[in-house]
Design a protein around this ligand. Structure first.
Ligand SMILES: *Cc1c(COP(=O)(O)O)cnc(C)c1O
Length: 475
């Protein structure tokens, strides 16, 4: 057996005079006793093999003699290791170690909250108005597939995404609802649109013509939504040029205009003048299409803020993003609807220490211990969406109470302070569960508060956590 190339030297190759760190700590040297343990480990591996199941009862007593760490790890051994060889790790068994047991930090998504929010908005819709669940950016960090399925079961009929690959991921998860890409993809992606039945938003004649020709070549129709620019000035055909645009592309028999839409720039802002100007321009555009004998299909304009605040622009469909995930798009919406945030962020304590007065914490040592504190470490940092700008400006929850995060948030870890002058009844331990976002008992830390502290919107903070390397757990 060759040496493993990564520092793990096989037991049989070990220098007889070698003392491992573990041996040194235990005060014992590698000796014959470990050989005995290995023999017992092997009998366990044999007991696991289906072929050896007849002999399993006889082998069982050996298992009970094993140290618990050895018997624990041997659950991951391949079955049927030939006698005389050490057991090998079974990749399939290793794969069953849950992500939250690999690293003590995770995102929790409450699909009941998604259900609640979809229904709450649905109840406010005018009769006949459809609900599109916007699940771009992996469902704003909540998981596009799970959120799409939940929303579709709660009254949504349409899905909205930002990219072709986001749409394909839904199709590959057996989501059959109509999917609209909210922008115009590159024309090179057209075969994917047709193959996976994904509708593009269109605003350039070049794309429209290539899409129509490609659809025609495959004997398909090419359904699309026409994007109208009414003042956001991001993408779209100018509101007073839609008829001309429609005429330009009308000779393509495969092209099928199934929807016409615009997007508001200020639906979440206090004033209404700009919002009303955009609404007026959109009605003009839609009326002009109708007057020219063109059916605009499903007419839609409202995002979360507009759908909640301005029922008159719900039209044929609303596009629900941020509120589906339980966030209020603006303070004006608070009294209008009850939403529940679906995302929590949690971690377990990985280190605890009492810190004498004056000792600092984290890069720069900007926090100094006032004495009588315990400093607890969490394995979550800015590479997990816990933005560094929140350093010393947010709290975490332990045992239903708030504690200050202290010191700079690092890439993968951060610290918080348990002040023993205030909480001498609390004895934090490695492994204790801590809430970074969410509720615990009466206490709560919200993404809204974090967004406010950072001077940004909830979308960015939620996506920061949800689209990071943190595993997502559905509850
Ligand atoms: C993202 C997006 C939405 C959803 O907006 P929310 O404010 O999150 O509800 C709706 N329409 C378009 C075109 C979008 O890009």
């Amino acid at each position: 057996m060759a040496d493993l190339p990564n520092g793990f030297t096989g037991f049989s190759r070990r220098d007889p005079n070698f003392v491992s760190a573990g041996d040194a700590l235990r005060g014992s040297r590698y000796d014959e006793t470990s050989f005995v343990v290995r023999k017992q480990e092997r009998s366990l591996a044999e007991a696991w093999s289906p072929a050896a199941s007849a002999g399993a009862a006889a082998a069982a007593p050996a298992v009970t003699q094993l140290s618990s760490a050895a018997s624990d790890v041997l659950r991951f051994a391949e079955s049927g290791t030939p006698a005389g060889e050490p057991p090998r790790f079974d990749p399939e068994r290793l794969a069953h170690i849950p992500e939250v047991d690999r690293r003590w930090s995770w995102v929790e998504i409450d699909l009941n909250a998604i259900r609640h929010n979809a229904s709450a908005v649905k109840r406010r819709l005018n009769p006949g108005t459809r609900l599109m669940a916007v699940v771009k950016a992996d469902g704003y960090g909540h998981g596009a597939v799970q959120c799409a399925k939940t929303a579709l079961n709660s009254g949504a009929e349409y899905l909205g995404v930002a990219t072709v690959d986001e749409a394909i991921a839904l199709r590959e998860a057996y989501v059959n609802a109509p999917i609209l890409v909210l922008g115009e993809p590159p024309a090179s992606a057209i075969p994917l649109l047709l193959a996976y039945k994904i509708m593009p938003s269109i605003y350039t004649p070049e794309f429209a013509i290539r899409y129509g020709e490609a659809a025609d070549a495959f004997g398909l129709s090419g359904p699309f939504h026409l994007k109208v620019n009414t003042g956001m000035n991001r993408i779209g055909v100018r509101y007073d040029e839609v008829v001309e645009f429609a005429r330009q592309i009308s000779f393509h028999r495969a092209l099928d205009l199934v929807g016409t839409f615009t997007h508001f720039a200020t639906a979440d802002c206090p004033g209404t003048i700009d919002f009303e100007r955009q609404a007026k321009r959109f009605y003009e555009a839609v009326n002009a299409l109708r007057a020219a004998g063109i059916n605009p299909g499903i007419v839609h304009a409202a995002n979360s803020a507009a759908a909640i605040r301005y029922p008159e622009v719900q039209l044929d469909m609303v596009r629900l993003g941020i509120s589906l995930y339980g966030f209020y798009p603006c303070p004006e919406a608070y009294p209008m609807i009850e939403l529940k945030p679906a995302m929590s962020v949690k971690a377990r304590i990985t280190d605890v220490k009492a810190l004498p007065v004056g000792e600092g914490v984290s890069y720069g040592l900007h926090y100094r211990s006032p004495g009588a504190v315990k400093i607890c470490t969490l394995p979550i940092g800015y590479a997990d969406g816990f933005r560094r700008g929140l350093s010393g400006r947010t709290d975490v929850l332990l045992a239903g109470r708030r504690f200050h995060q202290v010191g700079n948030i690092c890439m993968d870890q951060c610290m918080f302070e348990v002040n023993l002058r205030q909480r001498n009844d609390l004895d934090p331990q490695i492994g204790d569960e801590v809430v970074i976002v969410g509720e615990q008992g009466e206490a709560a830390v919200t993404i809204d508060q974090m967004a406010e502290t950072l001077g940004t919107i909830q979308h960015e903070v939620a996506i920061g956590f949800g689209c990071s390397r943190l595993p997502r757990l559905y509850v």
